[in-house]
Design a protein around this ligand. Sequence first.
Ligand code: HSE
Length: 310
Amino acid sequence: MSNRKVKVYCPATVANLVCGFDILGLALQDPQDIMEVWEKESPGIEIIPDERYHLPVRPEENVAGASLIALIEEAQLTTGFTIKIDKRIKPGSGLGSSAASSAGAVVAANYLLGNRFSKNDLVRFAMNGEKVASGVKHADNITPCIFGGITLIRAIHPLDIVALNVPDLFVTVVHPQIEVKTSDARQILRKEVQLKDAIRQWGNIAGLVTGFMKNDYDLIGRSLEDVIIEPVRSILIPGFDTVKKRCREAGALGGGISGSGPSIFMLSKENKEAAACEMIMQEEFDRLGIEYKTYLTRINVQGILVEETR
Ligand code: HSE
């Protein structure tokens, strides 16, 4: 057992990227969770929670704990870990709060174990945390959180991750202070898709990925369209249609619901368009009388950062 302690900085993430439900995501520079992790002699996981939120502390019910259990089992460890969480990405925001905790815990533990697992292994472990949070093992937040940049999950069985090119983009986010549980936002989705909608959607996904790879901003903008998930989920988010329409008119390439919401994100080529989006978001949520937080940020290309503190 080592006596070392690490601090990990875990970025918020935008999953789906409008048309790529459960397969596309990107990491943000801001906000980030901070976690401290160290090994302990006795087996098991001790969680020191962030007191601002009432998150479960029993490891199997906690997203970071469930992810670490998977790592500990595979590594056949007889020692355990203590985790201290400073949560800056609000749970239920649609900004990958649970993924940041799940991914941060396994990245930190892996560092303490001498990096014996690959990033793909870490995604696999952290998916257990997403299962606790939403009932389903999806990886579209965890993967960009760990890898940084923009990522495509081509398949999860077996895991096939593709890191995409990252064009120079500004990201504006508004987080209205209402909670949308991912499990609820998944529950309301239709289980069947019409072929004509599927055709339009996979055209958009292919267009978006190509747009990223070729730094083709017009193609990115045209492809930021979701005919399957957004029409159902957007009804949970007051102001969504107005914000989206006005931001596009102000020059944003496009955007939509961040993950399962309620946050809304917009991608812009220039800072001035991103700043105009932020103002529109503020105006709209002021008008609605809903508290909110905005971020004008960039894509985080490095993913979770590990700092050894002892
Ligand atoms: N792809 C997931 C969803 C992300 O939209 O339900 C949840 O954060």
